[in-house]
Design a protein around this ligand. Structure first.
Ligand code: C5P
Length: 227
């Protein structure tokens, strides 16, 4: 299992300060919409300057028509990130187009599909997708697997079932992790590290429990000890 730290702080300086505090650990860093829209490619270069070995997950959750998604995926290739994601609900044709466009690159990043956002309650999800979360997450994961993606973003509670119906090597990345039962915030389906481990999750994403702590390095250390 790998730990991916979400860099969701209000300014680039605060994000870089956080990275400096936790740089000695073997971790992935997640650059999401807020940071990327505000700080762009320069932020990715600043991260690499701190440590060129940091692995970066660009969490932009692409959702558009197939050609636009594939164009965006090719542009992401030029950024040198190690992982990015798309929405499975964009459909199989869009996911296939993304993967086929990336075929020509030797070192393409890991590509994941978002199944159901971990902030959705069952009720909210059904209102939009007209299907229970577990059922639809399985279907989205199957679609992503059949489209040649490397894995999915899902809640820790869906990870085991998704691996069963796809492939045990099909990766799962789970946000909504509250390592030691911290406050859930806007997340609905939270799990702790022990649960994620038992569900064979490949990557856990942790944001607020790390960056809101007085001692982020200590929290990271404690999480990694549980692996
Ligand atoms: O602060 P917290 O640990 O809840 O952060 C979770 C991170 O994972 C946020 O950056 C959020 O955008 C992201 N994320 C999520 N649910 C998904 C996909 C990504 O919470 N399905």
């Amino acid at each position: 299992m790998e730990l991916c730290v979400a860099l969701d702080l209000p300014t680039k300086e605060e994000n870089l300060d956080l990275i400096n505090k936790i740089k000695e650990h073997d971790i992935w860093l997640k650059v999401g919409l807020r940071s990327y829209i505000r700080d762009g490619e320069e932020f990715l270069m600043d991260i690499k300057k701190i440590n060129p070995d940091f692995k970066i997950f660009l969490d932009l959750k692409l959702y558009d028509i197939p050609n636009t998604m594939a164009d965006a995926a090719e542009s992401i290739m030029g950024l040198g990130v190690d992982m990015f994601n798309v929405h499975a609900s964009a459909g199989k044709r869009a996911m296939q187009e993304v993967m086929s466009r990336l075929q020509k690159y030797e070192n393409r990043p890991i590509v994941l599909a978002v199944t159901a956002l971990t902030s959705f309650s069952e009720e909210e999800f059904v209102e939009i997708y007209e299907s229970p979360i577990a059922q639809k997450a399985d279907q989205f994961a199957k679609d992503a697997h059949e489209s040649g993606l490397d894995g999915v973003v899902c809640s820790a509670y869906e990870s085991a079932s998704i691996k069963k119906i796809t492939d045990k090597n099909f990766m799962t990345l789970t946000p909504g992790i509250r390592p030691f039962g911290e406050d859930a915030g806007d997340q609905q389906r939270v799990a702790d590290v022990a649960y994620a481990k038992s569900a064979n999750v490949d990557f856990i994403v942790v944001g607020r429990p790390i960056y809101n702590s007085q001692n982020p390095s200590e929290v990271v250390k404690k999480i990694l000890e549980q692996f």
